[in-house]
Design a binder for this molecule. Structure first.
Ligand SMILES: Nc1nc2c(ncn2[C@@H]2O[C@H](COP(=O)(O)OP(=O)(O)OP(=O)(O)O)[C@@H](O)[C@H]2O)c(=O)[nH]1
Length: 291
């Protein structure tokens, strides 16, 4: 995985933690750093309030203690959500949803590779039949990942029927993992949600849906969450994938997004390569974030 961490708070906090004692400017600097990293005003207030109370409780004036407390609180907050992918059904069906351009296709390729490298057989359903190029893109990624792909038999085929055929193929051939690509844009949001609902209903005639992963682009921050609101409300999302973290200076988005949506982050994308996808580990993330 790419080891760039532009989203680390390290440099923003360096001055503050480099001082001899905690003083009033420490709190102002901390607040500024958290807001700048897209923690959002509510979470920033909560963190600062919590840390002020902890510093009082332990009667410390040492910025090193404050740093450790910040790291621990971030880890604790992140750990309130379960980041594990639940893929124990056979086949385990994952729907991947999200608006266009967030990195959905790339994520599907990476996820397929991740599962293949754990010895799982994988078939991808190219059910974004709305965009002709989407089928080609997802097929290319499937090839790279060593996964099978079920394509529409004709252009513009009903996405639900492609999804159905994919799950059918998995059951017939004993393939363990099914990943379904879905459209990110239709003429209307209502139309898109109806289409997703239909994909889900049709799939469920054959197998339960194990995961519905919503892909969000870290570089768009809160805006991206607003754009994805319809999915959060209507698509039965079970987990989030945060992409493009390698190009984002806003590590606080990761905490904020869980708090705001109430959904766990399950995967993190940090690069355009097929291996640039990892599970989400609160401890590791908190360490890298606070530095
Ligand atoms: N730096 C970086 N780029 C990424 C990451 N994930 C995806 N991308 C890039 O983002 C762009 C869009 O990715 P796609 O996977 O095509 O996005 P999509 O959501 O499927 O978009 P549509 O196919 O248009 O719906 C591509 O140039 C990817 O290489 C990531 O984690 N880091």
């Amino acid at each position: 995985m790419a080891e760039r961490t532009p989203w680390s708070l390290g440099s923003a906090l360096r001055g503050m933690f480099g001082k001899k004692t905690i003083d009033e400017t420490t709190w102002e600097d901390l607040e500024e750093a958290l807001i700048g990293a897209d923690f959002g005003p509510d979470l920033t207030d909560r963190i600062v309030e919590h840390l002020r109370a902890e510093v009082d409780r332990y009667r410390t004036e040492d910025p090193k203690d404050l740093k450790r407390m910040l790291r621990e609180y971030i880890e604790e907050t992140l750990s309130e959500y379960d980041p594990t992918l639940k893929l124990s059904e056979r086949p385990a069906v994952t729907l991947v949803v999200g608006v266009n351009g967030v990195g959905k296709t790339t994520t599907i390729g990476k996820l397929a590779k991740f599962l293949r490298s754990h010895g799982r057989s994988v078939v991808i359903g190219a059910a974004d039949t709305f965009r002709a190029a989407a089928v080609e893109q997802v097929s290319t990624w499937a090839g790279r990942a060593g996964a099978l792909v079920v394509r529409p038999q004709q252009p513009g085929q009903d996405p639900a029927s492609v999804a159905y055929q994919t799950v059918e193929a998995a059951i017939r051939d004993g393939i363990e993992m099914v990943i379904i690509d879905t459209a990110g844009r239709l003429q209307t949001k209502g139309g898109l949600m109806d289409e997703l609902g239909k994909v889900r209903r049709v799939v469920e005639k054959l197998a339960p849906v194990s995961e519905v992963l919503l892909v969000l682009d870290a570089t768009t921050g809160q805006n991206g969450v607003s754009q994805a609101e319809a999915f959060i409300q209507h698509a039965g999302v079970t987990g989030l994938v945060i992409t493009k973290l390698d190009g984002s200076a806003k590590g606080g988005f990761v905490l904020n997004v869980q708090e705001r949506t109430g959904l766990p982050i399950k995967l993190i994308g940090q690069g355009e390569g097929i291996d640039d996808l990892t599970g989400f580990t609160p401890h590791v993330f908190a360490e890298k974030l606070v530095g």
